[in-house]
Design a protein around this ligand. Sequence first.
Ligand SMILES: Cc1ncc(COP(=O)(O)O)c(C=O)c1O
Length: 490
Amino acid sequence: MPKRSTSLALALPPRGSGAPAARWLTGALRSEILEGRLRPGARLPATRDLARQYALSRGTIVSAFAQLASEGYVEGSVGSGTYVSQTLPEDLLHAGRAALVPEPRRRNPRRALSAYGRSAQLFPGYRLRPTRAFRADQPALDLFPTTLWAQLSARRLRRATANLLLGTSPMGHLPLREAVADYVRTARGVQCTAEQVAIVSGVQESLDLVTRLFVDPGDRVCMEDPGYPGAALAFRAYGAKVSALAVDAEGMTIPRGPARLAYITPGHQFPLGISMSLRRRLAVLDWAYLSGALILEDDYDSEYRYAGRPVPALQGLDRRGIVLFAGSFSKVMFPSLRLGYLVVPPDLVDVVTATLSITSRHAPLVDQAILCDFIADGHFARHIRRMREIYAERLGVLLDGARTHLAGLLTIAGLEAGLQTAAWLEGIDARAATKAAAERDVDVTPLAIYAVRQNTRAAREGLHLGFAAVDSQEIRRGVRDLAAAIETLT
Ligand SMILES: Cc1ncc(COP(=O)(O)O)c(C=O)c1O
């Protein structure tokens, strides 16, 4: 690709009060590149011009360029100009393209979409961004044993049978279904046989499948508030009326009146982290039974528990066949694997099989077989053990750092499981804190974006902090910079 010169006067977003100049400029230029406004090969404005335009010292500009060069975003040398790198790291390139996806594009008004097509909305999580403290929803991708995965993949493909290339039952690769059934019975107290296990493309496909099968337009679906937005989008795409139920110290409150479906995260409530009490579990099962509702239990992130006794799945308490249990390999392995499982009551196996046969046909079989080998050879259990130790240490660094630097500003809720935690500001607006933190390269999420009710403390003062994706050093840096950011608001 030829080098392009740019005479553009960059329109960078304003610098927030208190943000160090070099960090602000680095972040703003990085966003220009990631979001595709500065294309590979584009020449950055001369340091002299940028200094004049933004009233900064040339030293500040040179240090921002040096930081971007060390991250691989730009290349070039003093005197000959600085250019956006021709080959950006792959994930950053994707981030740039993904950022273009949500641009509103006018739909041809004569294109007649179905009711589903008119209701489907883009899940906002596709906007990829650099990994830094305290990015939530991401495991430590750099610690996944990719070399081992490559060896297992090569071995599988070297020994590929015709069946491996041909296909399998819509419910998935039987040895993997057996391994999953063993795992959820032992680790999660789920009652099932392998026949009840469908291998799907993550919890998101389970949400789609269950809504498709049980929810008609106008039906009521209950879920937690705050709750997982990907679920609400899946329900609404099928025309469901979503009832958002408050979450208290025991978990989701019991719905009043009937519904078709209740979607719950009882093990580790998303995003507050509360584990549903036994009393509430029994009450929600009774409500579902009496009102003719099904329950979809989302057991996301339950592999990583740091304190307290593991609470067995709600499905394990169900004697009436009303709970469907969904889990995922996205966090425990890696998100792009797109494999998960849905455990259904025996009488639903046929209809789930039929539906999968005319939707995904089945989840990618080669990946299912490799994952199955990973589990059978003992790597899965080893990987969970290793990552649990690492995440526990990272959580400890976050909690220690918070005690030292964030006392009086932010309290982190006691966390028992998962890769992210809720945290509570003291009388400070969570959206303002998120903005101030972003100016210091700290990635926190206001709980308000998961909430329907905006007049609760969670929506006003709650933040979501991930601690798994980055190392201890970055967590310490993040805590210090988050404290500085919040202090600007006090
Ligand atoms: C609570 C919750 N459930 C489900 C999902 C979707 O997971 P999957 O990658 O298995 O589709 C997510 C993703 O972040 C999540 O946070």
